[in-house]
Design a protein around this ligand. Structure first.
Ligand SMILES: Cc1cc2nc3c(=O)[nH]c(=O)nc-3n(C[C@H](O)[C@H](O)[C@H](O)COP(=O)(O)O)c2cc1C
Length: 451
């Protein structure tokens, strides 16, 4: 069996994943805006041997019929948040080996400035940075906040392709990897290795010099998570690690196959793209204890959250439909995955499911041994390369996983001890060097290759 990689899903806000668990007595996530919270999470991840910490992010908010429901503030459902780049910089200073993956939107970021922020994190962390490329599912409200026009679902991916072409030029082509000599008797940088770049795409343009030199990994490790047909095509072209939202082994296996096929269509090696499924777990000394702990989490939540929360991901007000309406009859220009994942279910069934776990997959409940078995079976049957732990409460979920489940996976040879590779790409993608593989489209922009 493959050796798996493990990351933690985090979010710099009081709740995540469309649920409102902040009221639970053991959940410390309501302290997300304090450095102490992140110190504790970072230490738990690094000492526990997780490969990376992922910071999800969104810009929009929830709206039902043009209004932000009051419950959003009462339960801190969507806002307030902190900037994941700043949180990542703070965590980086507390850690030496942990990988850090930050979310950045190709709809809302300005590519020239964004490339410098990414390169800065990669320099300062010595190559521990990844970028979760998102087109922003909460596009409608976010676009209004930024004063830009709304862009439809597939067109956002076209825009993202253009964004990627420009940032590849900045990451890979503006400065050669050995441009900085820092020779006090000679050059700081060799002028022959600093290149003017030019980009005139359908959405973005740039003419001039990159603001940051080549960072340890050049391009940050590229993560992506869209599972719509257009999202898969984008992920197959650009993604090095793809997050999946979880689900049955059959559904995951189908998604893994489709994304690997998309990678091949883009001229890439199918095995070079790493598929990681989100999962949640509640560990108990017995199965009964795990169920009891999980019920406590459900009972701590306000059931009225579900309608407002679902609207944030899709713009749809489920309370306005008959409960027997099939989900397959609905359409959104926001996150299409949040309709498709419910298959033949009805609106009423989805409202119940959403209260239990929001966008998170259903939690595995049981002893550490049973959870380790489930992870192994899922990885084997769906050909997965890793998992992303989506916590139910923090830091308890992370601590339970690293202290109880991970050691079992290590003993079975499925998880690793420590972080032998110096950079995140080497650790996750398995490259011999820190930079993009030669079959990745971004590598063709590398300076000196004449493109
Ligand atoms: C594990 C995981 C993490 C995600 N993190 C984010 C995020 O931080 N920000 C965001 O806007 N979307 C996030 N998404 C959503 C996807 O990026 C994508 O927008 C969504 O799946 C809809 O894309 P689609 O319509 O192409 O399927 C995440 C999805 C998954 C499965």
């Amino acid at each position: 069996m493959k050796q798996l990689r493990f990351g933690l899903f985090e979010n710099a806000q009081a709740n995540d994943s469309g649920t409102a668990t902040w009221r639970h007595k053991d959940n410390k996530r309501d302290g997300f805006d304090r450095l102490d919270y992140w110190r504790e999470i970072a230490r738990t991840c690094e000492e526990g041997g997780l490969d990376f910490l992922f910071l999800a992010d969104a810009w929009g908010w929830s709206e039902v019929n043009g209004q932000r429901p009051e419950i959003c503030s009462r339960e801190s459902l969507d806002l307030p948040r902190l900037d994941p780049f700043i949180v990542a910089a703070a965590i980086m200073a507390q850690t030496t080996r942990l990988g850090l993956v930050v979310t950045g939107s190709t709809l809302l970021e300005q590519p020239y400035a964004f490339a410098r922020r990414m390169a800065s994190l990669d320099h300062l962390s010595q190559g521990r940075i990844g970028w979760n490329v998102v087109t922003t599912g909460t596009a409608e409200t976010a676009a209004r906040a930024f004063g830009i026009p709304m862009v439809a679902h597939d067109a956002r991916y076209d825009m993202a392709d253009d964004f990627m072409d420009l940032v590849y030029k900045l990451f890979e082509g503006a400065w050669e990897p050995d441009a900085l000599e820092r020779d006090k008797q000679g050059n700081f940088a060799d002028p022959g290795k600093v290149h003017r770049i030019s980009h005139k795409g359908p959405h973005f343009a740039c003419d001039g010099y990159g603001n940051s030199s080549y960072s340890p990994q050049g391009t940050p490790v590229l993560f992506q998570a869209g599972t719509s047909p257009r999202g898969r095509a984008f992920g197959g072209r650009h993604g090095e690690c793809i997050f999946l939202g979880g689900g049955s082994p059959e559904k995951l296996a189908e998604q893994v196959r489709a994304i690997r096929q998309e990678a091949v269509k883009s001229g890439r090696d199918a095995a070079s793209i790493k598929l990681m499924s989100a999962f949640s777990c509640v560990v108990g000394a017995t199965t009964e204890e795990a169920h009891r702990k999980y019920n406590e989490v459900l009972e701590a939540q306000n059931p009225d959250v579900a309608v407002a929360s679902y609207a944030m991901f899709t713009g749809l007000d489920l309370s306005s439909y008959d409960v027997d309406t099939p989900m397959s009859s609905l359409h959104t220009e926001l996150s299409q995955t949040q309709i498709a994942r419910f298959g033949d279910m009805t609106v009423g069934q989805v409202l119940n499911e959403w209260h239990a776990h929001g966008v998170r997959p259903k939690a595995f409940l049981g002893t550490a041994e049973v959870i380790a078995d489930t992870i192994c079976e899922l990885a084997e049957s769906a050909d997965l390369d890793g998992f992303l732990l989506t916590p139910v409460t923090q830091p308890g979920s992370t601590r339970d996983f690293v202290e109880q489940v991970l050691p079992i996976l290590r003993a079975r040879g499925v998880a690793r001890e420590g972080h032998p590779e110096p950079t995140l790409r080497q650790r996750l993608v398995g490259t011999a060097t820190p930079v993009l593989r030669d079959d990745h489209p971004g590598s063709s922009y590398r300076a000196g290759l004449g493109t």
